[in-house]
Design a binder for this molecule. Structure first.
Ligand SMILES: [Zn+2]
Ligand SMILES: [Zn+2]
Length: 162
């Protein structure tokens, strides 16, 4: 992983600020998240989290995760912002996705960008790696950190916070 510096950090900070606005559109009742895919400092695609296809019939935001059978691999409620950004970039800009950068941000209760946790979402980490995304960027409050996607996937599987 590396901490962004100088122009890279300033530009990334701008994307993160834009993020807060897009994330407000998220309809998940648990958290408001945002993700953007950037290639050569150009935004390719951006998305927030919501039930799959925005269908109310698929809303599981209030379901208790422990109620699912252990074979249910994904117990999270909504399509993750990163999943959506990846799917849509794949659908609309497949030629640009390789070596692109993926940003992720979550809003706090006051709709302000919150400090990111350590990587833990193996759904998104595996997908980003499989799609040849170059780096995963997280907002660690006072600095923005870029993780190589292979490292990000490894770290996600090693997550051990309580
Ligand atoms: Zn949800
Ligand atoms: Zn995820």
């Amino acid at each position: 992983m590396r901490i962004l510096t100088w122009e890279e950090a300033i530009q990334a900070e701008k994307y993160m600020q834009e993020a807060a606005k897009v994330a407000l559109s998220a309809t998940c009742e648990r958290s408001k998240c945002w993700s953007v895919i950037v290639k050569n400092w150009k935004i390719i695609w951006t998305w927030f989290n919501s039930p799959a296809k925005n269908l109310e019939s698929q809303r599981r935001c209030s379901c208790d995760k422990s109620s699912y059978h252990r074979k249910v691999t994904d117990k999270t409620c909504c399509i993750h912002a990163e999943q959506r950004a990846l799917f849509d970039a794949l659908r609309n800009h497949p030629e640009e996705i390789q070596w692109a950068t993926l940003y992720f941000i979550r809003l706090d209760k006051d709709n302000k960008p919150s400090k990111a946790w350590k990587p833990y979402c193996t759904i998104c980490s595996k997908s980003a790696l499989e799609l040849w995304i170059k780096e995963f960027l997280l907002y660690h409050e006072e600095w923005i950190t870029a993780y190589d996607t292979e490292e990000y996937n490894t770290l996600s599987y090693q997550y051990d916070e309580l």
